[in-house]
Design a protein around this ligand. Structure first.
Ligand SMILES: [Zn+2]
Length: 287
C-alpha cells in the first residue's frame, strides 16, 4: 500500500507497479474474459477472439501510432475498471498531472482520455477546477434505471433472435466467472462482473448503439450503487443472471424480458433513491 491513494486506486493497492505501465493483473482478467472495455471501441469483436498474445509480444510488432492508441485505451480502461470495481469513488478529483505521472504519458494524452470519459458521462469536467469522477444525482439515477428498463428488454429480444451456441457459451462463461468471484467473496470482481453481464448481453445482441449505451449505463449504475447503497443493498443477484440466461437459452423472450425488468427493480429498490435524502431542507433544520 503506497501513500498515494489515486495511484493505488488506478493500479491496485499493494500490487507492485512496474516502471512502465502495462496491463495489470486486474485489468488483464476482464479483457481476456471478453467484456466490452476500451478496445471494444476500436474493435467490437475483439472480445470474441481467442486469448490475445501478451502485450509485450504485440508491442514488438506494433507501429508507433498504434502503440499510442493502445496506450490511450489502456489508460481509459484502467480508470473505467477502477470505477467499476469501486476503487475510484464518485467525486474523486482526477488530477491531469498526477495521472500523466502514474501512467507515464503526456498531459495531452490524459486530457484525451478524460474527454472521452466525460463524453460518456463517467467523468465530469468542471471549468477552472478539473476532472472529477461523476456523481450522479438521484434524478439522474432514476433516469438511468428508466433508460435501462427501455433498453434491456430490447437487448434480450435481439439477442434471442440472433442467438448462436457461441453466444450462449459466452454468457455461461461469464456467469461462471461471476459465480466464482462470489464463492471467493471477491466483492470488487463481483461488482465489475455483474455490471459487465449486462454490457456483454448488449454486445452479443450485435447492435453497436445499444451496446455503447449499455456500457455507459452499467458503469453509471456502479457509481449509483456506490453513492446510494442501502445497508442491505445488492448489485446484481447471481441467481437472477442465471435465470435470465436460462430463459435466453430456451429462446423464451417474454420470460427473459420479464426477469430482466424484475432484476432491474430489485437493484433499484435496494438503493436509497428517496429524494428526501438529497434535498435536505436546511431552513427547516436550523430554524
Ligand atoms: Zn444484473
Amino acid at each position: 500500500m503506497s501513500d498515494d491513494p489515486l495511484r493505488d486506486a488506478l493500479l491496485g493497492a499493494g500490487v507492485p507497479v512496474p516502471a512502465v505501465p502495462t496491463i495489470g493483473a486486474d485489468t488483464e482478467g476482464p479483457c481476456r474474459h471478453g467484456h466490452a472495455h476500451g478496445h471494444a471501441a476500436a474493435d467490437p469483436f475483439a472480445t470474441f477472439k481467442p486469448p490475445m498474445p501478451t502485450r509485450s509480444a504485440r508491442r514488438a510488432a506494433t507501429p508507433a501510432r498504434l502503440l499510442r492508441e493502445n496506450a490511450h485505451d489502456e489508460i481509459y480502461e484502467k480508470i473505467y475498471v477502477a470505477i467499476l470495481e469501486h476503487r475510484l469513488h464518485p467525486g474523486t478529483k482526477l488530477v491531469e498531472e498526477r495521472l500523466a505521472e502514474i501512467f507515464g504519458v503526456s498531459r495531452a494524452r490524459v486530457r484525451e482520455v478524460l474527454a472521452r470519459l466525460a463524453h460518456e458521462q463517467i467523468v465530469e469536467l468542471i471549468p477552472q477546477r478539473g476532472a472529477y469522477v461523476a456523481k450522479p444525482t438521484i434524478e439522474q439515477a432514476l433516469d438511468i434505471f428508466e433508460a435501462r428498463r427501455l433498453i434491456e428488454p430490447a437487448v434480450l429480444r435481439r439477442l434471442i433472435e440472433t442467438l448462436t451456441p457461441e453466444k450462449l457459451a459466452r454468457l455461461r462463461q461469464h456467469q461462471d466467472l461471476e459465480l466464482d468471484a462470489r464463492r471467493r467473496d471477491d466483492k470488487r470482481a463481483v461488482i465489475r462482473l455483474s455490471g459487465e453481464f449486462h454490457s456483454l448481453a448488449a454486445e452479443l445482441a450485435g447492435n453497436s448503439a445499444l451496446a455503447r449505451n449499455m456500457r455507459e449505463l452499467s458503469v453509471l449504475t456502479c457509481l449509483i450503487i456506490l453513492l446510494y447503497d442501502a445497508p442491505t443493498a445488492i448489485s446484481c443477484r447471481a441467481d437472477e443472471h442465471s435465470q435470465i440466461i436460462e430463459a435466453i437459452a430456451r429462446r423464451d423472450t417474454a420470460r427473459a424480458e420479464r426477469l430482466m425488468l424484475e432484476h432491474l427493480d430489485h437493484i433499484e429498490s435496494s438503493l436509497k433513491l428517496d429524494a428526501t435524502t438529497e434535498d435536505v431542507d436546511l431552513e427547516a433544520i436550523f430554524r
